[in-house]
Design a protein around this ligand. Structure first.
Ligand code: PLP
Length: 581
């Protein structure tokens, strides 16, 4: 039996049973009192607003209270994501500072679409982006970025910008080839890089107007294709996006929304642990260039949605640097760190305490080398929904063709993102405010937020070990890079379909029992072939299905920093397994 650990992070969370309700209530009262006093003090000499019927009638406080009661009664049945028994999706309890920062901003309700509608909040957004930049190791001064409603939108922001950059270079390539100023292939020129772009502009004197007719973003790809065929006898080279097989479904969605065919998303292979195999990136780039398909972007994932694995971002950076230096090919690298980005906080100030493996640390330390990064404070940041963030290391990568501005608008030097530089129009300032307040209390380093995440990594390792020692046909996947634990059920010599059936039946029993929330994931043979084959070999099984079903547990709940709670969860898990298997 472990000694009870001290509550290092309390009272940063309300507690699964409201253990810190008193502290929280007093903070909450303070927030409300101050907010009301602010109203009373502003334009103090204006006349009072005198509601006609004060405390009766259909719109009285009593009616509101009754309706509120109804809502609260409905919410009793909501999934208890605040409980340490919740090991389901990538969500858990939100922190007290995250919640208070969110709510304080709700009362002001500014709109980040314009500085005129958000004077203080726009400054807070910049400050919060700078905090996130420092967390991932970026220099905040040149960093640009903004908050989004989540990781999906942040990934879309990356596609929008990578497409804009490639479109510039490809439009220039088309113009120069048609005018006889260049001999390189369109695809080669379409990866020329901004400094070569500027050199060519100086050498040949092309203007923005010259490029407009060849921009697929402006004219649409069909028109760009028609014009190229007419004037050069060549088709418009259709870009591809290289995305690892462990991708989040926001990537096929993005391709769909940006009008790229499904076959323009080329998968990169995974290794037996479900991480991107960097060699496959090189192979796919070579294949793309050889078949005249410009590479719009390469994506790697830091914290995969399925298994919480961290792709070797550092190795991808090295490969892309080699293409730049040896072949003059500049390729956009986006890191989808929606889940794992916050783990960078474990590396700041006291990396010695970091619970991540060395390769994962190297991968996370390589984030600043990417062209763009997605973060989701509403996952491992313990911030309320909806809160994602998009970061780029410099102004040039932030520029994008906007609706009102002319084509080839110069990169804006403003730090503040206006509506024309974000996909979303009206934007809440609750996310920046929550991130800002939370970081004041739990700095985004190993002594603050990182300490909390280290606890979660330890708890996940503990749950993994406990399952390793458990009896029964539990087949663990190799320990993950972060805090996701997955296992299947299979008896010796079970075929894959038999094992899947066993696991599915366990999952439906979990679903029916209120004791623990877990999720399922299907690991398809197409992407996860190596992993599935290795897993099935564990029990000498045969492959007769197209996927492996696993029970997935995201061990991110902040209350798992207490050994007694962890022991309780392990006991409940073993008990469920003994009964259900
Ligand atoms: C969660 C997640 C997303 C999508 O984020 P939302 O906030 O749900 O839109 C994208 N990529 C990865 C790797 C994720 O884990």
């Amino acid at each position: 039996m472990n000694e009870p650990s001290k509550h290092r992070h309390s009272p940063l969370f309300v507690g699964p049973k409201g253990e810190y309700a008193e502290d929280f209530t007093s903070l909450w009262d303070h927030l409300l009192t101050t907010t009301m006093a602010r109203r009373a003090g502003r334009f103090r000499h204006d006349p009072d607003w005198r509601p006609a019927q004060q405390r009766q009638g259909p719109h009285s406080a009593a009616t509101i209270e009754a309706a509120l009661e109804e809502l609260l009664a409905l919410l009793k049945e909501e999934i208890p994501t605040f409980s340490p028994r919740y090991l389901g999706h990538m969500v858990s309890d939100i922190s007290i500072p995250g919640l208070l920062g969110h709510v304080a901003m709700v009362f002001e309700n500014p709109n980040l679409a314009s500085r005129e509608a958000a004077m203080v909040a726009s400054k807070l957004e910049t400050d919060a982006i700078n905090l996130l930049a420092e967390m991932v190791g970026l220099d905040p001064t040149p960093t640009r970025g903004h908050f989004t409603s989540g990781g999906t939108m942040a990934n879309f922001e990356a596609v929008w910008r990578a497409r804009y950059r490639l479109d510039h270079w490809l439009a220039m390539a088309s113009f120069l080839r048609i005018e006889g100023h260049a001999n390189d292939s369109l695809t080669q020129l379409a990866h020329c890089g901004w400094s070569r772009f500027e050199e060519l502009r100086a050498e040949t004197g092309f203007t923005d107007q010259d490029l407009m007719p060849y921009s697929a973003v402006l004219q649409g790809p069909l028109a760009a294709d028609r014009r190229l065929r007419e004037k050069l006898g060549e088709p418009w080279p259709e870009p591809v996006m290289l995305v690892p097989g462990n991708k989040h479904y926001s990537w096929p969605k993005a391709a769909n929304v940006f009008g790229m065919g499904a076959d323009a998303v080329w998968p990169c292979a995974l290794d037996a642990h479900g991480r991107l195999n960097p060699e496959s990136v090189g192979e796919q780039i070579d294949r793309a260039i050889a078949s005249d398909r410009p590479v719009m972007m390469v994506v790697s994932v830091a914290g995969t949605t399925e298994l919480g694995m961290v792709d070797p971002v550092d190795e991808v950076n090295v490969i892309l640097q080699r293409y730049r230096e040896d072949k003059g090919l500049h390729i956009w690298h986006h890191v989808d760190a929606a889940y794992g980005g916050y783990l960078c906080s474990t590396l700041r100030d006291d990396a010695g305490s970091c619970q991540l493996s060395q390769p994962v640390q190297r991968a996370l330390n390589a984030l600043p080398g990417a062209n763009s990064i997605t973060l989701d404070p509403h996952k491992l940041g313990f911030i309320p929904y909806a809160c994602g963030a998009f970061l780029v290391p410099d102004t040039a990568s932030y520029s994008v063709s906007s609706i009102h501005a002319p084509y080839l608008e110069k990169a804006q030097d403003v730090k503040f993102p206006g509506w024309s530089t974000t996909l979303e129009g009206s934007r809440a300032a609750t996310g920046p405010s929550a991130v800002w307040l939370s970081a004041k209390v739990m700095p985004l380093n190993a002594h603050g937020h990182g300490g909390l995440l280290n606890q979660s990594l330890k708890a996940a390792a503990d749950v993994h070990r406990c399952l390793e020692e458990a009896s029964g046909p539990i087949r663990l996947l190799p320990a993950g890079d972060t805090n996701v634990v997955c296992f299947a059920l299979a008896k010796d010599h079970d075929s894959l379909a038999e094992a899947n059936q066993r696991t599915e039946s366990l999952l439906s029993q979990f679903k029916a029992s209120p004791e623990l929330s877990v999720t399922r994931t299907h690991l398809g043979l197409g992407n996860y072939g190596d992993l599935v084959n290795t897993a099935v070999a564990q029990w000498n099984g045969t492959i007769d299905d197209d996927h492996l079903t696993v029970v997935r547990m995201v061990v991110m709940n902040p209350y798992l920093d207490d050994d007694i709670i962890v022991d309780g969860i392990k006991a409940t898990l073993l008990d469920c397994l003994n009964r259900l298997v």
